[in-house]
Design a protein around this ligand. Structure first.
Ligand code: ADP
Ligand code: MG
Length: 991
């Protein structure tokens, strides 16, 4: 009921929005008509006029109707002259003039929102309208596509319009050199994938050592195609640039065989329980059987007998009942006891493994504590309150306790990753082994992801399990999540066929509204109710029969699967039936685009994972419409309703006929893990389900959707959670990158350097003067060891109070520096000054990233201490960041004098810095935090440009809104801190 009311409200709101834009459509069309008599040169001349009008202060909004009209008119001319365009080596005839709904879509995109437009509505063309308009600003518009092939295709294809109208178009491709990339960004419009854009940003800001090394020129406006897949599916994927870790800490080899023993024991135990359950079932004791099977589920979720029992609605229900019962709050202790009856327990939903007392004893009979985390807090407390220890001894004892703690955490971490590797991850489902390497299978697309790695040691644990070479763990040099990269843009817009179900998330996280654009022609697709089967086998058999039947009639079919594995199973079954078909796994984008374009031909059977061929249009060939058009069969419901909608949307485009249906079974992962099987089993009994026969009823659909909503909710929480943690890093990164970029682009770095030196002096003097008595000796020692000043105590005593000391130091340090650089080449000195700061920032920032990784890992352990890990994380992170800023400044002071007396010596100092061995040698990664850890993708390093966005930005800190938290104190809002003074920046960072 509430849903219905909401829908009504949303519906009308959406309609209002569309109605609001409609008058503009008329205006655009009137302008377009007026353009028709012009010559092509005169049309092109419009671009110049628009730019002049912008320069005179007109806004993009004011230009919109005329600019859209110019694009539309250009399309009309192409269509009339039957222009052929070379797109990726093939000639394509241009035959499209934007429909009115496309103009509305374009306006929505211009306004910085998401346009939901069904598949086949021509979003590629829609994007040209706001892209042309916004590119008139000269600030660079970025159009983001799903893969490299589509970027190149759209730059070729849509590029024809822009080029004809006098704008330049670029296209990013993997493997381009720095110079090539810079040239693409220098264009008015740049097409590329999200990771190419994101990595360039990281390289520009985390690695470039001269402005010439940078390739991007700011983040003005971006349109993201298939925005849901980028901002939602890929949102948990941070881009990471990494280098090898200097010391490796893994001990997977060492523990592998003992873990195998443990897993064997556990499996034997679980099989035993499963057999006992069988006896109980035979005796009619379902409840008893359920309890035993629940234990099996916890200890070995993929146990064969268990899976078999779960096929039977009766026993399945008994297991669910037992589970439900055990997860009640009142049964906590019992649940705990049950976990202690096995060696370890597995939470399949969260894919975590937890060692029990019994497991720990098995691993180390002499010292079970070997595998538990020492209680550091109590230990430290004991040390602090011990009367027999001196201050120094206490310090030593604490350090030793800390070391113990870290070692034990490492050990437990290794063990639990190995357990996950053995019990949660399954070969040929989550990964495959090829050429002595473990290759991840993408959970959304079923596509192999060579080069990607699970992080946090998980990948290595799986490598250990498979007995392949364990690759070295890498260290993060620079990282950003795709989410945060796109938050950099002044204006962001997106388009997709499926945004509505995720509208809340877009709004909450990106402040992106969703507007659903009506289709050009009414959609007449018929969506049949799901067919539900007890087992996968029954489902697949029925599916093949269905394919055979429709294929015999000549109707083309698209069979969507959730994984490469099930694509292959279906393909094998079809081969046995001699039904010709093709299989797409989203591995070769261009080839697949060509194949999928033919999916609408008579008798075609196409099996595809859900990403395969996305972005390519399926047109019906003659005669197919009479057969009912393209029929889409889903072989499994996806975790998210959105992905199912996408699959359905592949047929019945532009008013074509088409139909869709999903085949599902109780053994599908979704149903196993999240289905309310009790309710469904009840329904099935009520509706009278026969063996081997699928059941179809709207009630069942609703049950499935409930399960999906449950998963969607959980996944949203995971993403939000990741974001909350990442926000902390994001703020810190903003400060560091702004500082770095400021230095990099400064033509006269010296004042900046001395600003830093002064801040450092200021805080040192403050600290020394703050003690009682005043620590003059300490100050003297610090000043003389950090800088070659040769000051005497009398100098301070003569000077007076702390203000005078600071002044004295500031004057002296300048004098000393003047002497040092007097005979150097002034340009070389500038470079040196720049490098002094960059070197310090990079080295310490990387160390900081490493420490933050560690903090992130260890913070979860503290959850046991009844503290909110996020708050703990924020507090510690803020503390660490303050320290980092202090340490960078200290290093700048030191290196300014120490680095060298000549540039050549300075260069050797530079090359000694560990990670800046050279661009292009740095491997690159993208990480996925879908399973707690993250995933990494290696790629070649490349390149990186200058401009407005990077130009002199005042460096005091990140630009903050009045409601942002203070970067140094999570509990304070910026407005109560620096914001009160009207500042836009945090004035206290590192002060
Ligand atoms: P989407 O991305 O929305 O799924 P595409 O951009 O791939 O759709 O376009 C689908 C098909 O529709 C393409 O073949 C394109 O040429 C065609 N098309 C787009 N706009 C028009 C138009 N205004 N008139 C005719 N055909 C169009
Ligand atoms: Mg598209």
């Amino acid at each position: 009921m509430i849903g219905w009311v909401l829908k009504k409200i949303l519906g009308t709101q959406n309609q209002r929005e569309v109605r609001r834009l409609t008058p503009l459509v008329g205006e655009i069309n009137r302008h377009e008509e007026a353009l028709r008599p012009l010559s092509f040169d005169e049309l092109r001349g419009k671009t110049v006029t628009f730019r002049e009008r912008l320069a005179k202060g007109e806004s993009l909004d004011q230009l919109l109707p005329e600019a859209f009209a110019v694009v539309k008119n250009c399309c009309r001319r192409f269509t009339e002259e039957k222009r052929r365009i070379r797109v990726r080596g093939q000639e394509i005839l241009w035959e499209m003039i934007p429909f009115d709904v496309q103009l509305i879509g374009g306006m929505v995109l211009h306004s910085g929102r998401i346009a939901e437009m069904a598949t086949g509505e021509g979003k590629t063309l829609v994007a040209t309208l706001p892209t042309y308009l916004n590119a008139l600003s000269g600030k660079g518009v970025h159009v983001v596509t799903v893969n490299d092939y589509l970027a190149a295709r759209d730059a070729d294809w849509m590029g024809e319009v822009y080029r004809e109208l006098g704008l330049t178009v670029g296209c990013l491709q993997h493997g381009q050199t720095q110079a090539e990339r810079r040239a693409q960004y220098a264009c008015d419009i740049t097409y590329g994938t999200s990771s190419e854009f994101g990595f360039d940003y990281l390289r520009d800001n985390g690695m470039a050592t001269t402005p010439e090394d940078q390739v991007q020129r700011g983040h003005f406006y971006s349109i993201i195609d298939e925005v849901d897949s980028i901002l939602i599916d890929e949102a948990r994927t941070p881009l990471i640039i990494s280098g090898p870790v200097t010391v490796s800490t893994h001990q997977f080899d060492k523990y592998k065989s003992i873990i195998e023993g443990l897993v064997r024991r556990q499996n034997a135990l679980c099989t035993d329980w499963a057999n006992q359950a069988k006896e109980k079932v035979e005796k009619g004791d379902l409840q008893g059987a359920g309890r035993l099977l629940f234990k099996v589920k916890m200890g070995s979720p993929r146990n064969k007998l268990l899976l078999k029992f779960q096929e039977d609605p009766g026993t399945r229900r008994a297991v669910d009942d037992a589970e439900l019962e055990m997860y009640q709050d009142t049964r906590r202790t019992e649940l705990y006891k049950t976990k202690e009856e096995m060696y370890f327990s597995i939470d399949e939903r969260n894919s975590e493994a937890d060692l029990s007392e019994m497991g720990r004893t098995f691993l180390n009979p002499n010292d079970p504590n070997f595998f538990s985390v020492p209680d550091l807090i109590t230990k430290n407390h004991d040390i602090d309150t011990s009367a027999s220890l001196s201050t120094e001894e206490k310090l030593k004892a604490k350090q030793a306790a800390q070391a113990d703690y870290e070692e034990a955490s490492q050990r437990i971490h290794n063990i639990s990753q190995l357990l996950r590797a053995y019990c949660v991850f399954e070969k040929d489902v989550h990964y495959v082994v090829q050429e002595n390497k473990v290759i991840i299978v993408d959970e959304y697309t079923g596509r192999l992801m060579p080069g990607r790695r699970w992080s946090d040691g998980l990948h290595q644990a799986v490598e250990a399990r498979e007995g392949v070479q364990i690759d070295r763990e890498t260290q993060t040099l620079a990282t950003i999540t795709i989410q945060n990269y796109f938050r950099l843009y002044e204006k962001l817009a997106g388009m997709t066929g499926t945004a509505e179900t995720e509208a809340n998330e877009f709004k909450d996280i990106y402040r992106l509204g969703v507007v659903v654009i009506p289709t050009n022609r009414d959609c007449i697709r018929k969506d049949a109710d799901d067919l539900i089967f007890k087992t996968r086998r029954e489902k697949l058999n029925a599916l093949i029969e269905e394919i055979k039947k429709r294929n015999a009639a000549g109707q083309p079919m698209l069979v969507g699967t959730a994984s490469v594995e099930s694509s292959e199973i279906i393909s094998r079954m079809l081969r046995r039936e001699n039904i010709p078909h093709s299989v797409l796994n989203a591995k070769q984008h261009q080839l697949e685009a060509e194949i999928v374009a033919r999916a609408g031909e008579r008798g075609a059977v196409m099996i595809a994972t859900n990403m395969a061929g996305r972005g390519t249009d399926i047109k019906l060939s003659p005669g197919v419409a009479e057969l009912g058009g393209l029929h889409v069969v889903g072989t499994e419901r996806h975790e998210s309703r959105r992905i199912d909608r996408q699959l359905r949307g592949r047929c019945a485009r532009q008013g074509d006929p088409g139909s869709s249906q999903f085949f599902i079974s109780f053994e599908d992962d979704l149903m196993r893990n999240f289905g309310d099987s009790r309710k469904i089993a009840g329904l099935m009994t009520k509706l009278g389900m026969e063996e081997n026969e699928g059941l179809q009823h709207p009630w069942l659909n609703r049950s499935v959707e409930t399960a999906q909503k449950r998963v969607e909710g959980r996944n949203y929480q995971v993403r939000k959670h990741t974001l909350q943690y990442d926000d902390v890093m994001n703020q810190q990164r903003t400060v560091i990158y702004a500082w770095r970029s400021d230095m990099l682009n400064s033509t006269d770095p010296r004042p900046e350097v001395f600003e830093t030196v002064d801040e450092r002096i200021g805080s040192e003097v403050e600290a020394r003067a703050g003690t009682d008595p005043v620590d003059l000796d300490g100050l003297l020692h610090w000043a003389n060891s950090a800088m070659p000043l040769g000051l005497q105590k009398e100098d301070f005593q003569k000077a007076g109070g702390k203000e005078e000391w600071a002044k004295l130091l500031k004057t002296k340090v300048r004098e000393a520096y003047e002497v040092k650089v007097k005979f150097e080449n002034p340009e070389a000195v500038k470079a040196l000054e720049r490098f002094v700061v960059l070197g310090a920032i990079d080295r310490l920032w990387q160390e900081h990233l490493y420490a933050m990784d560690g903090l992130r890992t260890s913070i979860n352990l503290r959850a046991y201490g009844q503290k909110d890990p996020l708050i703990e994380y924020k507090n510690e992170a803020y503390g660490m960041f303050g320290e980092l800023m202090g340490r960078i400044k200290e290093e700048v002071v030191h290196n300014l004098f120490r680095s060298a007396s000549s540039l050549s010596a300075f260069e050797s100092f530079l090359s000694a810095l560990p990670q800046r061995a050279g661009r292009g040698e740095l491997p690159m990664e993208a990480a996925d935090q879908s399973t707690e850890g993250s995933m990494s993708m290696q790629a070649e390093g490349g390149a990186s440009m200058v401009e407005e966005a990077l130009a002199p930005m005042k460096r005091q800190g990140p630009k903050l809104g009045r409601n942002d938290p203070c970067p140094l104190d999570a509990n304070k809002k910026f407005k109560n801190c620096c914001g009160a003074t009207g500042a836009k920046w945090c004035l206290k960072v590192g002060a």
